[in-house]
Design a protein around this ligand. Sequence first.
Ligand SMILES: *[C@@H]1O[C@H](CO)[C@@H](O)[C@H](O)[C@H]1NC(C)=O
Length: 359
Amino acid sequence: MLATALGALLLPLAALALPFGAGESATNTITRNHEPESLPLVIWHGMGDSHSSPGMLKFGELIQKIHPRIFIHSVYIEEKASEDQKAGFFGDLEEQLEVVSEQLRGIPELQDGFDAIGFSQGGQFMRAYVEWYNDPPVHNLITFGSQHMGVAGMPPCRAFDVICLMARAAANRGVYTEWAQKNLIQAQYYRDPARLEQFLEYNRFLTRLNGEVPETRNATYARNLASLSNLVLVMFSEDDMVIPKESSWFGSYTPVEDPEMISDSQGASVNIMGAGGIPREIVPMRMQPMYVEDWVGLRELDERGGVSMEICEQRHMHLPPECWEGLVKRFVGGGWGSDDRKAGSALREEAKKFAVQAK
Ligand SMILES: *[C@@H]1O[C@H](CO)[C@@H](O)[C@H](O)[C@H]1NC(C)=O
């Protein structure tokens, strides 16, 4: 079935990049048909995937079955699929975000704003775009199995995924080093509950994204995030890649004072057990300091009714139709009507008024 195939294709498989051989550059814009009444869509792939993998192309096609003439752009760091896949493991996220913001600003079809979908790590990267740039602005953002509060353990690699294994081996040599924090993507959202001090000192991406370091907080980021019409957070109930899976809902393990380290199957230290082997408790979104004190506008958005928490009863990135079709119908391709569609803040103001009326 399509759904199963899609789920499998969105998983990190190095082989996915093969259809686009060396030197061949795939097209990043899935369609150029532009339906003026509906907002375009930007999608950001997950770890181990690329902008034009069969899974991403398939997803675009399935969305076009629902919204036939929608314009879809698949975010890329590198045009060549194999390089793009590598950029999901190696690089500096702040630099990558800069590349993406220029890319999106340069696409005429997106200039009045767009809806966005982020798959897995692409979800928190898309949120970073909203907070730090949002020009052109995002209307609705759906994230599937994303790591909004980071991960407490490195995501496991699939067998034979050499790039992933290399990145992981490098991370095991030290995740809170300046080198790792500038060069290893997963290290940049690794939030170890047993080493929060080191995390706060060395991490630049996630701490800034969630406002955890006072010096990097910025009212503009909060205003941008709060200006979303909807932030839709999908968690996979059977997720065993994202540690903890509640990170998809802005949950994280309670901080560890006296860590009892255990090792996972690939040798990384991971703190998933509290004293006496009892699974660590989760701090839910609404109890996170970043939410309570509203460092990035998440609380404002939630109190306006703009945060939806959805559950998909599957493993990580297994997406049968019942997990995404309804969301795509509801949150993607909606039109403001061409007369109502105004660039930048005008659109966002409309969105806010609409959200208030809809309550
Ligand atoms: C906040 O972010 C905006 C947009 O990036 C920037 O122009 C501004 O200088 C920042 N303000 C501070 C205090 O860093």
